[in-house]
Ligand binder design. Structure first.
Ligand SMILES: Cc1cc2nc3c(=O)[nH]c(=O)nc-3n(C[C@H](O)[C@H](O)[C@H](O)COP(=O)(O)O)c2cc1C
Length: 362
C-alpha cells in the first residue's frame, strides 16, 4: 500500500505531528510505503482562480512551483492522508492553499456525484479509481462539533473525487496528550489506537470505526476538568514566554503540576477500598501557598482548593517533591526522614493512600 502523507502543520513538534508520527509508524511497520511530505516547507503559490488549468493548458497551472510534482504524487499513490491542526474549525491555510491548487486535477465538465451533489469533472478518472483519502487533525477543544466543518469538507471532497474516505482521525483535547503522568492509561490507549490506524490503513486500506473512536477518546473526565487543565497549561506557557515554543519544556512544567495531580488523585478513589473511611486529608504546598482538602466519605471523595484547621491527616510538602513521589523519582521513606514530607495527625492514613487512591498505571 502506498500512502502519501501531506502534512500541513506549521508548528513542528506539536500535536498534529505527534499524532501523524504514530499513524505513519504503524503504517510503515505493517509494510506500507509512506511518503511523508511537509507542505509547509514547499513552495506553493496561492490559486488566483484564472482557470488557466482548464482553458489554456488543460491539467497544468500557469505557476511553476512545487505543485506539479505534488499533483503527480497524488495521482500515483493509493491513499492520500491530509494532516492539519484544527484552525478556526477548519484546516490550516497551508492545506487550504494546497487544495485550491489541485484544480488542475479537475475539469470544466461539471457533473453529479453518485449521491447527487454537483462537482467539477474528474480529469484522470482512471487514476482516481480505487484511490482513497483520509485526514488527521488535532484540536484544542473537546466537542466533536468543533471538527464538524473539517469532517464535512473531507467527506465532500471524497465524494467529489469518487475516492473513498478511509480515515477520519480526530484528536480533540490535544493539549492533554501532555498529561502523561496523570493519565498514563488513556494517553497510552490513544497512542495505541493511532498506531493501529496506521496498521489498518496499510493492511485493509481503511481505518475501522472502533479505532477512530479510540483515537477520539476523551482525556478529561468532563468539560470542567478540560477548562481547568487548559488554564494550568496556559499559565505555564505564558510564564515561559518564548521558551514555550519548545513543547517538551512546557510538558516538563505541566506534567508535574500538583493541581492536576491532586485532581486526578481525587478522581482515582477506590470506592471499595475506602468504603469504611471517613476522613479529611489536608495537603499543604508551602512553596506555592497552595492548599487542598480531600474529604473522603464512605467511598466518595470531594477535592477543594482550601485550607482546613481540623483534619485527620496533614501532609506538608513542596510541589516538586510531591510530583517526584508520583513519578517515583522521590523515595517516600527518604523524603519523610529528611523532613521533605511532614505528616501531622493519623500517619497510618498516609501509608494507606496508595490503597484508597490507586495510582494510575500504564
Ligand atoms: C490560529 C489558530 C486557530 C485555532 N482554532 C482552533 C479551533 O477552532 N478549535 C480548536 O479546537 N482548536 C483551535 N486551535 C488550537 C489548535 O488546534 C491546537 O493548538 C492544536 O494542537 C494545534 O496543532 P499543533 O499542536 O500541531 O500545532 C487553534 C490554534 C491556532 C493557532
Amino acid at each position: 500500500m502506498n500512502i502519501l502523507l501531506l502534512r500541513a502543520n506549521p508548528r513542528k513538534g506539536g500535536y498534529t505531528q505527534r499524532v501523524c508520527d504514530l499513524v505513519a509508524e504503524g503504517a510503515s511497520e505493517a509494510g506500507a510505503k509512506v511518503e511523508d511530505v511537509d507542505l509547509v516547507a514547499k513552495n506553493i503559490t496561492h490559486c488566483i482562480g484564472c482557470y488557466h488549468c482548464w482553458t489554456v493548458t488543460p491539467g497544468r497551472c500557469r505557476f511553476s512551483d512545487d505543485m506539479p510534482g505534488l499533483l503527480e504524487r497524488m495521482l500515483d499513490t493509493d491513499i492520500i492522508l491530509y494532516a492539519t491542526p484544527l484552525y478556526y474549525y477548519s484546516m490550516s491555510s497551508t492545506l487550504k492553499m494546497f487544495l485550491e491548487r489541485t484544480l488542475p486535477l479537475t475539469t470544466e465538465n461539471f457533473d453529479e456525484t453518485p449521491q447527487g451533489h454537483m462537482r467539477n469533472g474528474i480529469r484522470y478518472p482512471e487514476r482516481w479509481k480505487d484511490k482513497k483519502i483520509g485526514f488527521i487533525t488535532a484540536g484544542a477543544f473537546r466537542s466533536l462539533d468543533n471538527f464538524e466543518a473539517l469532517r464535512r469538507t473531507f467527506a465532500l471532497m471524497a465524494e467529489g473525487s469518487e475516492a473513498g474516505l478511509c480515515a477520519s482521525l480526530i484528536r480533540p483535547e490535544a493539549y492533554l496528550l501532555q498529561f502523561e503522568l496523570a493519565k498514563p492509561k488513556t494517553v497510552r490507549m490513544v497512542e495505541t489506537a493511532l498506531k493501529r490506524a496506521g496498521v489498518e490503513l496499510a493492511t485493509a486500506g481503511m481505518v475501522s470505526e472502533d479505532t477512530e473512536q479510540k483515537v477520539r477518546l476523551p482525556l478529561a473526565v468532563d468539560q470542567e476538568h478540560l477548562l481547568k487543565y487548559s488554564r494550568i497549561y496556559w499559565e505555564h506557557a505564558v510564564a515561559m514566554g518564548e521558551e514555550a515554543r519548545d513543547l517538551t519544556a512546557v510538558q516538563r512544567a505541566v506534567v508535574g503540576d500538583v493541581r492536576v495531580l491532586m485532581s486526578e488523585m481525587a478522581r482515582s478513589i477506590d470506592p471499595a477500598a475506602s468504603k469504611k473511611l471517613q476522613a479529611v486529608l489536608q495537603f499543604d504546598f508551602p512553596d506555592k501557598d497552595w492548599h487542598f482538602r480531600i474529604t473522603v466519605d464512605h467511598g466518595r471523595c470531594v477535592l477543594k482548593e482550601a485550607s482546613s484547621e481540623r483534619c485527620d491527616l496533614r501532609v506538608t510538602v513542596d510541589t516538586a517533591v510531591w510530583a517526584g513521589v508520583f513519578t517515583r523519582e522521590v523515595n517516600v521513606r527518604d523524603a519523610l526522614m529528611q523532613k521533605k514530607i511532614v505528616l501531622e495527625g493519623d500517619k497510618s492514613l498516609f501509608t494507606r493512600l496508595d490503597r484508597y487512591f490507586p495510582p494510575p498505571v500504564s
